[in-house]
Every structure is written in C-alpha cells, then in structure tokens.
Design a protein around this ligand. Structure first.
Ligand code: SAH
Ligand code: SF4
Ligand code: F3S
Length: 478
C-alpha cells in the first residue's frame, strides 16, 4: 500500500466549497428578507457512520442559511442519506424518497438531494434519475463535501446532477473544514477513518465507501479535545474497521497508539470505538484498553459465523479459535468487559452443521448482546453470485433459533449485574423514560435523582433479557 501524509482535499477545492456555501447563503438571505424562513430536513438511514455524515450535512445546511426542520413537509432543502447494506435498507430509502414527490408538487422550489451508500452504486443512481424526476441531484459517499456546490448550481438554474459512481468513488479525499451540527450534547461521533479494504464476500460497503482513508492523528486529537472541553461525556470513534486505523498514513500511529493518546485528554468523558475487525484486534490494543481509565470496557467484535469453512468463504481472515483467543484475552485483562457482536445466518452454502457451530460459538463467547442479521444478497458482491443460496424459510428459522439462544445468554448476563453499582451516563432526553447507558453500552432504566446528560452511580435492582433497572445512589451525581 502506498502511504500518504494526508487524505484531505486541496485548498482550491476547499475554497470552491466555501464559495458555494456563500452563494447559497445569499439566496437564503433573500428568502428571509422576503419573509420566508428557509428550512432544511436531513433524513438518515443506516449505521453510525451515516449518522455522523448526516451531522455534517446538517452543519452544511445551517452554514448555507437553512434552519433545520424536524419535518420534510415544509422544507426548502431535503437531503436523504441512504444505506445499502441489506435489501431492506434500500427498500426503506426508496419508499421514503417516493414520499417526497408530493413535497415537490406543493413547493416546486424545494431542492431534493439523495446521497449515501445506496446512491454510490450506478444502477441506483440511474434508477433515481429515471424514476424519481423530482430528485434534483444524487451524491456518492465521497461527494458529501461538495453538496453546497450541487445546491448552488441548482439554484442558479443548472440541470439535474447525477454522478458517474466509479469516477466519484475514485476521488476519496475529504475535508477537515466541514461544519458539524451534532444531534446530542452528551454523545458525539468522531470519524477516525473512512472506507473499508476488507471485501468480505457478502458486503457492499467497500464498493460504496471506497478504500480506507485515515484522518490525521492531530486532527482527531483536536476534535476530541474540543468535544471534551465542550462537556461531551461519551465520545465514539467511528470507522468500518477502526482498528486498522493509520495503516495508510506515513504518520506511523496505529489504533492502539491513537487510543492511548486520546485517553490522556483532560475532561470527564469515556471513549468508545466501533467497529473492530478480529484480524486487527491486537494484544497491544487490549492492553491499552485495560490500562486507560477513560476507555469504556466495551468491545464490539463481529464474529459473523462460528464455522471455519463459512468464515473462509466470507473472506473474514480469522478462525473460530483465533476469535475465541481474543475473547479470552479481553476477559482476562478486563473481567468486567461487555462484548457484543454481529452474527449472520444464511450465508450461501451454510448447512445446518455450520449454523450449529455458530450457535455453539455464540454460547462459548457469551456475548452480552448481538446484532443478528439474515444474509441478504448484494448485487456486485461475490456471495450474491453463488448458486447455493439458502432458502428464505431456512434463514428465518435459523434467525429465530439464534435470537432465542442469545436471549438466554443476555438474560443470564443481565441478572448477574443485579446488586452491582454501575456508572451510568443518563440520556440527553429523559422526557419519555429515565434511561441511561452503562460503560458496556447497556440500557438501564433509572429511578431517583438522575439528571439528563450526567454521570450517576446506579445500584442495579432488577434485570430482564433486554434491560437493566436500577436506583440512583444519592450524593454521587456529577
Ligand atoms: N464494518 C463492520 C460492519 C459492517 S455492516 C464490520 O466489519 O463488522 C454491519 C453488519 O451488517 C455486518 O457486521 C454484517 O453482520 C451485516 N451485513 C453486512 N452485509 C450484509 C448482507 N449482505 N446481508 C446481511 N447482513 C449483512
Ligand atoms: Fe463489510 Fe467486511 Fe468491511 Fe465490515 S469489514 S464493512 S463486513 S467488508
Ligand atoms: Fe449502510 Fe453504508 Fe453504513 S451501507 S451500514 S450506511 S456504511
């Protein structure tokens, strides 16, 4: 791999983005003078990576002079950030884009842009161009920074804009200067890298997010330091494969070193990260986690399958035994650690025996919680071309058995927490329920004196399969 000293766009490109923001701003200023408050709505599908991207889209919309709106009905700018990881995700996004037709019918001046992972595939871009004539432009995951240019062009009368996916995904440099409008004042996402190089055979992500690009350690440090200074209590470092951070940079800082340096930053916060790949879950990383107080004792480590044959066909590059060694080392160095995972059923060619190995691995690893997925063929990936696809009925039966197996484990885990005192970060909004998150990212319902967005010590009094219940202990609120 050719290492680079940075992955950011040139100054002239930054200036073009700034000019476009200013051009849209003068347009929205005119709307305001005419008595109309311009509004923007950002619709988000998909993972935390997309949530973080949407916070940038919202930041750009504000910089362009739009007020953020909780509803698209009265919006003057609608930006949709899509996901493509499973067929269901694409269907949901397409149906929501369908509903925007009447928004355009009501207000011909509304600008509608559709971006993200789904529209980083040529056939989806073509489909939107043809079947959704009210969509003004599409943008790929690598073009988010140029959205102000597309909005500005459209305002000044240019035609609809649809990218060539291959070409767009080739330009992967990002901007460090984009404004961010964060959803929460307690939890913050910090992207540390973009893209994925792993090409698991079932997965669309490397095709729609491009190759791995890391941010500079100094830029990440400055962002985390800023967030800690602003009082953020929970900071999650994001990447499709966070623990391969830095391999593409000449800076010579790996993920363990980055984490160690960030955990020296002053402030009352905990650090999390996701997602890790087992192939890069090193002893060095586990040791750093165990030695630095600010790093949450939580590890999300997708296993996907418990069968070595299936793992090899998925191109996961670890075996079941290799995976279990990581789990054992995590528990040895941090006995209180919460381990969560992603598990997939119904990969092509998965036999009943393979699936039983997955159940066995889930029992052996004793995850605190899993995200279970039914394999969904993704066009363009090697697994989708296989002829030995598993029947839908078999997939759903395996899915139910997997959930049942994990529920038993989760329940036992949660029951073991009863009687312990845990440090809980209360959610931002306690208007509906008084809930918070433990260090292990488990949801807990809290009674007693606990304020929104604050750390509080909670005595766990009760547990069920999905939840913990507890009482705030007086006098220890932050
Ligand atoms: N980069 C992360 C997560 C990627 S997507 C990682 O490698 O773990 C999140 C999860 O979606 C994956 O872990 C996988 O379990 C699931 N997933 C990905 N592609 C899928 C597909 N085609 N069908 C079903 N689930 C899929
Ligand atoms: Fe997809 Fe694998 Fe990359 Fe995760 S590591 S995003 S599952 S290709
Ligand atoms: Fe979906 Fe893209 Fe995330 S495909 S899961 S939004 S990386």
């Amino acid at each position: 791999m050719v290492k680079r000293d940075r992955n950011t766009v040139s100054l002239s490109e930054e200036l073009k983005i700034r000019d476009a923001i200013a051009a849209v701003r003068s347009h929205t200023d005119k709307m305001k003078l005419a008595g109309h408050l311009p509004r923007a709505y950002v619709m988000t599908f998909g993972c935390q990576g997309n949530e973080a991207d949407s916070e940038r889209l919202a930041g750009l919309a504000e910089a362009m002079g739009y007020e953020l709106s909780p509803d698209y009905e009265d919006a003057d700018l609608v930006l949709v950030n899509t996901c493509a990881v499973r067929e269901h995700a694409e269907k949901k996004a397409l149906s929501s884009i369908g509903q925007l037709k009447h928004v355009k019918a009501k207000n011909a001046g509304v600008i509608i842009g559709v971006g993200g992972c789904m529209t980083s595939q040529q056939h989806r871009i073509d489909k939107i161009k043809e079947s959704y004539p009210y969509v003004d432009f599409c943008f790929t995951t690598t073009e988010l920074l140029f959205v102000p240019i597309y909005v500005s062009d459209r305002i000044s009368g240019s035609g609809r804009r649809f990218p060539d996916a291959k070409e767009a995904l080739g330009h992967t440099d990002f901007s460090e200067a984009l404004p961010i409008r964060r959803e929460s004042t307690t939890h913050a996402w910090v992207n540390i890298m973009y893209g994925c190089n792993n090409f698991c055979t079932y997965c669309i992500v490397p095709y729609v997010r491009g190759r791995e690009r890391s941010r500079l350690p100094s830029d990440i440090y400055a962002e985390v330091e800023g967030l800690a200074g602003e009082g953020y209590h929970d900071i999650t470092l994001l990447g499709q494969n966070v623990n391969s951070y830095g391999h593409d940079l000449t800076a010579g800082v790996n993920f363990a070193a980055l984490l160690a340096s960030l955990s020296e930053i002053k402030g009352d916060f905990r650090l999390r990260f996701m997602t890790s790949h087992p192939k890069d879950a090193t002893s060095e990383l586990i040791t750093v986690m165990s030695e630095h107080e600010k790093i949450a004792h939580h590890f999300h480590l997708p296993i996907q399958s418990g069968s070595d044959r299936v793992l090899a066909e998925m191109n996961r590059r670890y075996t079941r035994d290799g995976y279990m060694k990581i789990i054992d080392e995590l528990r040895l160095k941090m006995p209180d650690i919460a381990i969560t995972s992603d598990v997939m059923v119904g990969f092509p060619g998965e036999t009943e025996a393979d699936f039983e190995m997955t159940l066995d691995a889930v029992r052996r690893a004793e995850f605190d919680m899993i995200y279970a997925f039914i394999y969904s063929p993704r066009g363009g990936t090697p697994a989708a071309k296989r002829e030995d696809q598993v029947l839908d009925s078999v997939k759903s039966e395996r899915f139910s058995r997997l959930i049942e197996c994990q529920n038993e484990i989760s329940r036992a885990h949660n029951e073991r927490e009863v009687g312990k005192t845990l440090r809980v970060l209360m959610d931002d909004d306690l208007s509906r329920a008084k809930t918070g998150r433990t260090d292990g990212n488990r949801q807990i319902h809290v009674e007693g004196n606990a304020s929104a967005g604050k750390f509080v010590n909670v005595l766990v009094t009760r547990a069920d399969t999905y939840n913990l219940f507890g009482r705030a202990i007086d006098g220890v609120n932050d």
